[in-house]
Design a protein around this ligand. Structure first.
Ligand code: TXA
Ligand code: MG
Length: 328
């Protein structure tokens, strides 16, 4: 199959209506989209990405009112939707039977978001079905933040990549769930726990620390997010995060790439993410920089720990998942 890159929403819509897959731009990362209500299209997504069948997909819709077609929406979730959508927030909600089981990998919950990207909102408006779209990378590799990245991983596997330029946020959406009068944060993103708490008035609990109460209804317990495996966004080059001076000492003689917020280090190749000292700039550059380094001949990548505030929390989360893990 020949893969084309273009900006034509009509071509993208035609492929999707025919049951084919199209890579779509969002404000976070590019998604690999197919008709979320078609078992055949969804099966193609898992196959093209080589994604494990237990890992559910996010539904992308155009309008808040459409949430009710696919999920049961509680009051607080609606409040969050009204405040943050369209935008980089995904809500995990009890699913309706309109969504096929394969789309949620058998889960009774469905993850839904409204991407804040003009081309993709135009595209969704032309469709009478929602789009299931995981990040448009082969499973396990770094998420794509432009059409060229998608091409690197999926050429020959999909007919069309809708080109919306570089994504603005650069990290995958925040995923949260309202449960038992609190908010469970399943994935950090540019919408922060502090913002979720301020808008909802509820405490935000990290999914890793959350234990469902023993007596609870089955629609709200079990906070597992199957895609949040320990190593996930990994480059092929080993990556270590921590104090750069110390890490350099333990990698003497190697060709070293350093990822930093704005500092410059001696004797290594520097990849400074944010000369403007803005965490949002660093977030938008992180994945493209990891790819660039991975395609050059470095023995090792060393990364600073970023300030653990705002989107810096999500940056640290992604870098720590990209770290080299010794396999026994
Ligand atoms: O920003 C984003 O969310 C991007 C763009 C394309 O929208 N999408 C994205 O999709 O990051 P993906 O598939 O790479 O990550 C989705 C995450 C996975 O960790 C998955 O396990 C979790 O969401 N997820 C999806 N549906 C779920 C469900 N029903 N229950 C629990 N976790 C779910
Ligand atoms: Mg992904």
């Amino acid at each position: 199959m020949k893969t084309q890159i273009g900006e034509d929403v009509h071509i993208a819509a035609a492929f999707l209506k025919a049951g084919e897959l199209v890579a779509i731009p969002t404000e976070t990362v590019y998604g690999l989209a197919g008709n979320a209500l078609s078992e055949e299209s969804v099966a193609k997504i898992y196959a093209a990405k080589n994604r494990p069948s237990f890992n559910p997909l996010i539904l992308h819709i155009a309008q808040i009112a459409q949430l009710h077609n696919y999920a049961f929406v509680d009051e607080i979730s609606m409040k969050l939707a009204k405040h943050f959508m369209p935008g980089p927030l995904t809500l995990l909600l009890p699913k309706k039977t309109t969504v096929p089981d394969i789309t949620t990998a058998g889960s009774k919950k469905v993850a839904i978001r409204i991407p804040n990207q003009r081309l993709t909102l135009d595209l969704l408006a032309q469709l009478d079905f929602p789009l299931a779209a995981p990040s448009a990378n082969p499973s396990g590799y770094i998420s794509p933040t432009n059409a060229h990245h998608v091409m690197e991983g999926l050429h020959g596997k999909i007919p069309y990549i809708l080109d919306g330029g570089n994504t603005t946020v650069g990290l995958e959406s925040t995923i949260c769930e309202v449960a038992n009068n609190s908010i469970i944060l399943h994935r950090a993103g540019s919408v922060t726990a502090a913002e979720l708490s301020a808008v909802s008035g509820l405490e935000v609990i990290d999914a890793a620390a959350y234990h469902a109460p023993e007596i609870s209804d089955h629609s709200t317990d079990s906070p597992a997010t199957p895609g949040q495996l320990k190593s996930h966004y990994a480059p092929h080059t080993p990556l270590f995060m921590g104090n750069i001076e110390e890490l350099i000492q333990s990698h003497i003689g190697k060709k070293i790439a350093v990822i930093s917020f704005y500092n410059r280090y001696e004797g290594v190749e520097n990849f400074i993410l944010a000369p403007d000292h803005q965490l949002s700039t660093a977030a938008s550059k992180l994945f493209a920089t990891l790819r660039l380094i991975d395609q050059s001949n470095y023995d090792v990548i060393l990364s600073e720990q970023f300030p653990n505030e705002g989107i810096g929390i999500a940056i640290n989360d992604r870098i720590s998942r990209a770290q080299f893990i010794l396999k026994h």
